[in-house]
Design a protein around this ligand. Structure first.
Ligand code: NAP
Length: 342
């Protein structure tokens, strides 16, 4: 069957990039995915995509690499998924976060403007652009931007450039203001995956668990899982469902920004409870707060009001936090077993 359209996914190794590729292949797209140069050729999230998509090399810090790939493939749709995506790391790497997460998208927009101006562009914005907003329980597209960490501020800059490119050049660029979304493909830098993996390790009695971002075993020799602020809250949805919304945004008549979330929020304690209970454990026996994992500033509690997306895109979430944590914990038990962890 002839392939319908060409989509370029910048950041194919990511959780979202890999699910988006799966989704676009079901729609018969020719999918080109970029990864950045690395000494390893193993990218777990895209192992199953090898042979089904075209892989190119590009880096958000390198305009030339973005220009080349956009010029070469003339994509109908460009999804910029890549970023220095870990808010907690952004305090240690504020310059790099700005280079990649703020300026990187502008390099993509410029490459499209110069070499493929008719392409429709999706930019991965984040709810962290609203991280410092107080007194608003349900955020929507009109909630004023107020970020309070280097990652959120970098995303806010890129987000504001979306509208600048729409208004200045008439380009079709959409921003997905996505609330947290998780899955078995989530990196271990993020709390939900730490919880699901931690619960799985403890359940299986794993003696040599994967390491955390401090370079220490995720579960210590006393069987304790180390986390940051247990009272912090998030609106968590399922990444596999959120990529549909990205595509839907680019199929509309006019480019717009949309909030994508579940309009619910839960604490880290709740997420621990969902994962540990699922495998018959009491999280309070196994989870400790590690001061070294606290963020210098937390984001405020907020839920993602997706009513515009529901009305205009026909999108709504189907999986909520409890079921999501259960899916992830089951998957991590399988993953540890398959990968020979003992
Ligand atoms: P992720 O799994 O953390 O992946 C980030 C991707 O960016 C990886 O493919 C990474 O490549 C790539 N990358 C990092 N630096 C790069 C650079 N200099 N040049 C090119 N690629 C680079 O991300 P995700 O969770 O799927 O999220 C996707 C996007 O949505 C990100 O922009 C993220 O900030 C944003 N977002 C995510 C959430 C969420 O809850 N997941 C919520 C809101 C917004 P390597 O594999 O080489 O590291």
């Amino acid at each position: 069957m002839k392939q319908s359209k060409t989509a370029l996914i910048i950041g194919i190794t990511s959780q979202d990039g890999s699910y988006l590729a799966d989704f676009l292949l079901t729609k018969n797209y020719k999918v080109v995915g970029t990864l950045r140069r690395s000494t390893t050729m193993h990218h777990e999230n895209i192992e199953h995509l090898k042979g089904k998509i075209i892989i190119e090399s590009a880096d958000l810090t390198d305009s030339e690499s973005l220009n080349n790939v956009i010029q070469k493939y003339q994509p109908d749709e460009v999804y910029n998924i890549a970023a220095q995506s870990v808010p907690a790391d952004s305090w240690n790497q504020p310059f790099y976060t700005g280079e990649v997460t703020a300026l990187g998208p502008v390099r993509v927009f410029e490459a499209v403007r110069r070499f493929c101006p008719k392409a429709r562009v999706y930019q991965a914005t984040s709810r962290e652009i609203l991280g410092g907003v107080e007194g608003i329980e349900h955020a929507n597209e009109k909630t004023p931007i107020f970020a309070n960490n280097p990652y959120g501020i970098a995303k806010a800059y890129a987000h504001m450039m979306i509208d600048c490119y729409r208004k200045s050049y008439g380009m079709f660029v959409c921003g997905g203001i996505l609330f947290n979304h998780e899955s078995p493909r989530r990196s271990l830098h993020f709390v939900t995956r730490k919880i699901s993996m931690g619960a799985a390790c403890i359940k299986l009695g794993i003696q040599t668990p994967p390491i955390n971002e401090l370079g220490q075993p995720l579960v210590d020799s006393n069987g304790k899982l180390h986390l940051g602020d247990l009272n912090a809250t998030r609106d968590w949805g399922y990444a596999k469902e959120y990529v549909d919304a990205m595509w839907l945004m680019l199929q509309q008549e006019k480019p717009k920004d949309y909030v994508i979330g579940t309009n619910t929020s839960y604490s880290i304690k709740d997420a621990c409870d969902f994962a540990f209970s699922h495998v018959g454990l009491n999280w309070e026996d196994h989870v400790v707060t590690n001061q070294a994992l606290l963020r210098p500033t937390e984001i405020t509690d907020m839920k993602g009001d997706f009513s515009l997306a529901e009305k205009e895109l026909g999108w709504k979430p189907r999986t909520y936090a409890k079921q999501l944590m259960e899916i992830m914990t089951t998957s991590d038990i399988e993953w540890l077993t398959k990968n020979g962890y003992k």
